[in-house]
Design a protein. Structure first.
Length: 163
């Protein structure tokens, strides 16, 4: 139970940070890393698909409420991402911080593809704005590079809480 509280605290901090004006200052070419996605994926990778999809749904729902956009868009996307990374985490031997680089890169591109498809269906036909101008690839690289740092921080805090 204590390890889930660590994830909830980190997710709450990430959601709060992404909704502040300080978050806009760390962007490169108007692209910023998705800290919420990184933490949800790390939580799913460490705990499994069930916890990953529950955390993904709840976090996505909060992001949907705060963004004011189409309700359920991020909830659906983060649920799929949490479940998928949880399955990968069960199959991979050894929880290594370097594995998260590849996983977060792939998950960020998958997130952009899912959001583009849902936006094309529900909002604007033919919309694939997430892939324009190389924005998704820059975000994927940023998420991939930040993931090992956050992975190490979260796992060390979890070990201290467990002791």
């Amino acid at each position: 139970m204590k390890r889930f509280i660590v994830f909830i605290i980190f997710i709450a901090l990430a959601v709060f940070f992404q909704s502040t004006t300080l978050y806009d200052k760390i962007s490169i070419k108007d692209v910023a890393p998705d800290f919420v996605l990184i933490i949800v994926c790390i939580a799913a990778f460490l705990t499994g698909p069930t916890t990953g999809q529950v955390l993904g749904f709840l976090t996505g729902f909060v992001v949907d409420i705060l963004s004011g956009g189409l309700l359920g868009l991020f909830a659906f996307t983060y649920t799929i991402m949490g479940y998928g990374i949880g399955l990968v985490g069960q199959r991979v031997y050894g929880k290594n911080a370097l594995i998260t680089i590849t996983l977060l890169f792939a998950v960020t591109i998958a997130k952009a593809a899912i959001l583009s498809m849902l936006a094309a269906i529900f909002l604007k036909p033919g919309y694939f704005g997430y892939f324009l101008g190389g924005r998704v690839f820059l975000e994927a690289v940023m998420n991939g590079l930040l993931s090992p740092v956050l992975f190490l921080i979260i796992t060390r805090i979890q070990k201290r809480v467990a002791d």
